[in-house]
Design a protein around this ligand. Sequence first.
Ligand SMILES: [Zn+2]
Length: 157
Amino acid sequence: MRLIDADALEEILKNAITIQEGMAVALGIEKDEGVQMELKAYRDILNSVQEQPTIGEENSHPTCMNCGKEIDAVEVLLFDHEGSDHWVMSPIFYDEPTGGVSIKTTRSWTSYDDQESYKESIRCPFCHEHPFDKEAGCEVYEPIEIVMWTKGRSSEQ
Ligand SMILES: [Zn+2]
């Protein structure tokens, strides 16, 4: 298991797109539907990594409800191409007045199809437990943004 951060992920995606485009042009298959779909998938993920979140600011930090350490990122479990999973660091956007926290991720999030399991797929980088209010649940917005709470569930954002 190894960690990569959001900046690294962005860099990997940009390189993948550049290489893919270059290959398609070199092979004269840039109009091919499969190539177009693959490039679109890469660009969608890149957009979701770059989008600004619905709530919160990146420079304001919550504390882990389990170990009490201040955290500016969480580890998120993502599937890779081979279907195995690995933890990826995601910066936290924190809205102190409501206690809302959000992170940006992709459809590779292992809880995307079973959001009830978010407590097992998002963890504190220090104690490896889920760092937020486990009773409050989560909400997921497209492109993928997961909103959780540090002090009970807030109705307004
Ligand atoms: Zn912790």
